[in-house]
Design a protein around this ligand. Structure first.
Ligand code: XMP
Length: 320
């Protein structure tokens, strides 16, 4: 019988069998899958789980603190937060090509993660939040970006290089099942039902070169959009919503002054499988108006807000 508590019980048992008395390492991203793995493994093996949370400087506003609050403070999971913002931004300086940016972000992640793991010589296993759709994708059912996504997301190749065995307790589960298990394990609904967030983070939502000041601007604008969606109870009515930073400048008037500042695009989509998507056509104009006003008034160096009305295809969900 499929119930969340049965599945948890079985998984806990399997993980204990597999790992014995060994130490296990997990790269915690704050996304649903790795979060559920963290909660599950914590239940199964307690302090023999160590999580590494890499703050790459490309996270959403308050995200790092939230991850630490939920896991370290609230649940007592052993989590090490690594502040690697400077390292990531240095590696991205001057780089405009989207694929090159993705590659550098992925490689830097692996470098940081490996260096941290080297400080934990007792570890024998690497846990990953691989879910059933990932297994199918990497078996070659889909090509192109699915593979790119997967390779970044689940740090492909790393376990062999680090000589670690793999622990993948969610391998047979679909996303909705993973969510139910997360709730049963006591994770906050807000975390479990969060919109997906790409591995490269804001790095693919800042068009062209990534700079710290752009990331800060984007974080503030994105936070306003998400906060307003939640307040208006629209958050759960879209599949994914976020702001994008456009490094172009446009003329505006603020008070009596002419200004010449950056542009923020708002993206909201509805989709079942993220392979195709419709732009969210039901967000009320007064709602969009409120978001736009708040962004221009509260976020320095932004003078214009636009709403993306492109479906997928032809547009992708992310802008890069
Ligand atoms: P696109 O932009 O391809 O996005 O329509 C489809 C879904 O995948 C997410 N996405 C990524 N996730 N690494 C990830 O982990 C990536 O490089 C990446 N690129 C896109 C995107 O947010 C959307 O949910």
């Amino acid at each position: 019988l499929w119930t969340p508590s049965n599945i948890i019980e079985e998984a806990v048992h399997a993980v204990r069998e597999q790992t014995g008395d060994d130490e296990v390492l997990l790269g915690l991203s704050g996304g649903v899958d790795s979060s559920v793995v963290a909660a599950l493994l914590h239940r199964a093996i307690g302090d023999r789980l160590t999580c590494i949370f890499v703050d790459n400087g490309l996270l959403r506003q308050g995200e790092g603190d939230q991850v630490m609050a939920t896991f370290a403070r609230h649940m007592g999971v052993r989590v090490k937060r690594v502040d690697a913002e400077t390292q990531f931004l240095d590696r991205l300086a001057g780089i405009e090509d989207p694929e090159e940016k993705r590659k550098r972000i992925g490689n830097t992640f692996i470098e940081v993660f490996e260096a941290e793991a080297a400080m934990l010589p007792g570890v024998k296993w690497l846990a990953q939040g691989t879910i059933y759709p990932d297994v199918i994708e990497s078996a070659g059912a889909k090509t192109g970006q699915a593979k790119v996504i997967k390779s970044h997301h689940n740090v492909g190749g790393l376990p062999e290089r680090m000589r670690l065995g793999l622990v993948e307790p969610l391998r047979e589960l679909f996303k909705d099942e993973v969510r139910k298990i997360g709730i049963e394990l006591g994770l906050p609904a807000e975390m479990v039902y969060r919109h997906p967030f790409p591995g490269p983070g804001l790095g693919v939502r800042i068009l062209g070169e990534v700079r710290k000041e752009y990331a800060d601007t984007l974080r503030r604008a994105d936070h306003i959009f998400i906060e307003e969606l939640r307040t208006a109870e629209l958050y759960d009515q879209v599949s994914q919503a976020f702001a994008v930073f456009l490094p172009v400048r446009s003329v505006g008037v603020v008070g009596d002054n002419r200004c010449y500042e950056h542009v923020i695009a708002l993206r909201a989509v509805e989709t079942i499988d993220f392979m195709t998507a419709r732009w969210a056509a039901h967000l009320p104009y007064p709602f969009l108006d409120q978001v736009s006003r708040r962004i221009v008034n509260e976020v320095p160096r932004v003078s214009r807000v636009v709403y993306d009305i492109t479906g997928k295809p032809p547009g992708t969900i992310e802008w890069e």
